[in-house]
Ligand binder design. Sequence first.
Ligand SMILES: CC(C)(COP(=O)(O)OP(=O)(O)OC[C@H]1O[C@@H](n2cnc3c(N)ncnc32)[C@H](O)[C@@H]1OP(=O)(O)O)[C@@H](O)C(=O)NCCC(=O)NCCS
Length: 161
Amino acid sequence: MISLIHITPRNLGLYQDDILAIERASFPSPWGPSAFQGEAGNDVSNFWVLLLDGETAAYVCFWMFLDEIHLLSLAVHPGRRRMGLGRHLMDRMIALGLASGVEKVWLEVRPSNTPARELYHKYGFRGGGRRQGYYDDTREDALIMTLSLEAPMQMARGTSS
Ligand SMILES: CC(C)(COP(=O)(O)OP(=O)(O)OC[C@H]1O[C@@H](n2cnc3c(N)ncnc32)[C@H](O)[C@@H]1OP(=O)(O)O)[C@@H](O)C(=O)NCCC(=O)NCCS
């Protein structure tokens, strides 16, 4: 069973170790505790943990302000990938955006990150420019991908219940 927990400064401590473990296993330059604490206390930030049968399996963090969503981070536990959990979190984020009048979703992704690019591509995200040398660790550029929620969307196979 999937459930989503909205992370706040009050409940972050319950999930922080699990989130940090997923983070370390997912990114070459993982966020540390202070970054997650900042997002938990940020009014424009939506920070959700996905529990699969009660176990922390994934998280997403995005800013929603005015008519935009900026996806900051999305990660699934390595042992829980290719089960539709990334798609589930994307579905929920986009559903909130649609219900809130969001017109555009944007994100940065490493060009080398094929799994993430494939996922975003399925939702209709398209490349919209690059930030040169954006990632400090590898000096890799960031590919900026955008999705208009006004245009008909090519939805991935939904998993939301
Ligand atoms: C990217 C990530 C979040 C995808 O999560 P996931 O739960 O495994 O993805 P899903 O099972 O929902 O897959 C949805 C679609 O994404 C694409 N996809 C996911 N993993 C893929 C892979 N390894 N190779 C190619 N396509 C992939 C596929 O199109 C897939 O649809 P399909 O299973 O019907 O083929 C996960 O790989 C991850 O946590 N990666 C490390 C962190 C990261 O890079 N985050 C993104 C930062 S921008």
